[in-house]
Design a protein around this ligand. Structure first.
Ligand SMILES: [Zn+2]
Length: 289
């Protein structure tokens, strides 16, 4: 079991901090990670303190990928080389208990599978470099596409680990929360109809939202989330785009092995073959419902 080092920002009761620590300890105790010595747990009184802390940490580490998603409940990173879970405690009140627990387990899963710096800096997979060679307009978006793909692959791995160890109810609640479409999703898609590469980016960004749900839907022994629920969550997309998105996520999941780096390479090949290639070659087919 790793040592949990707790840091607090703002007014946080001792009891609240102890609750979080013992909740996470149960998870590490169940998953029995090998070679994980220490995890930093950084607690924040509120969202505002969390965002400003993370923004400063991002600058310090030279992280260029986009800021924390407003929908995130908590986050994991290893920018300093040490796995770190950051949690704003004021989010808790607004969430159903299983969603909150699912999110904490999710971040603990990241610390086990992706708890070092190398999981935050990935080399560009060949398949992505090749497709940008074919479609030059993709070149300036490659780093974003890779980032979004790596986040989705890592979420598939984490959910697979947690569900395999019996965290099913909370992961199903968390998966439903994450895939719930927002008004911004619809808006982003409407805006992205301008260019094929904007549509690619928009869809690659959705991979992560349906990743956890896809793992739960793929397991016959625990059908806690149905495929049709996932499809409903992306109903605002044209049928071709929905199918491409579901196909891509399912295929990446089916190909998953133990090695994250290999998973990202094979995930990139699937992404290019099933989603990026078809949209870039025939943009019109993804425009209509
Ligand atoms: Zn995640």
């Amino acid at each position: 079991m790793p040592m949990l080092h707790v840091e607090r920002h703002g007014r946080i009761l001792d009891e609240e901090a102890r609750d979080i620590v013992s909740f996470l300890e149960e998870c590490y105790d169940r998953l029995r990670p090998v070679g994980l010595d220490i995890v930093e747990i950084v607690l924040f009184e509120n969202d505002r303190l969390w965002h400003s802390y993370m923004a400063a940490e991002r600058r310090r580490a030279g992280v260029t990928s986009s800021d924390i998603d407003a929908a995130f409940i908590a986050a994991h990173d290893a920018w300093t080389g040490i796995p770190r879970i950051s949690i704003p405690l004021d989010r808790r009140k607004a969430l159903a208990q299983p969603v909150w627990e699912g999110a904490l387990h999710h971040e603990a899963g990241h610390s086990i599978l992706h708890g070092s710096l190398e999981y935050y800096v990935f080399p560009m997979p060949k398949a992505l470099a090749n497709v940008a060679h074919e479609f030059r307009t993709l070149t300036s978006h490659l780093t974003d596409i890779l980032y979004l793909l790596t986040v989705a692959v890592k979420d598939l791995e984490v959910t697979d680990l947690l569900v395999s160890n019996g965290y099913v109810e909370d992961q199903a609640a968390y998966a439903r929360f994450v895939m719930k479409p927002t008004e911004e999703d619809q808006y982003a898609w409407d805006l992205s109809s301008i260019t094929a590469e904007a549509r690619v980016l928009c869809l690659v960004g959705k991979l992560k939202d349906i990743a956890a749900a896809t793992v739960l839907a793929s397991r016959s022994q625990c059908p806690r989330v149905g495929l049709e629920e996932i499809e409903d969550s992306i109903r605002y997309l044209p049928r071709e785009a929905r199918t491409a998105l579901l196909d891509t996520t399912t295929k990446i999941l089916n190909d998953l092995g133990k090695d994250t780096f290999a998973n990202i390479q094979s995930g990139a090949a699937v992404l290019v073959a099933r989603l990026i290639g078809p949209i870039m070659r025939c943009p019109a087919s993804h425009e209509l419902s």
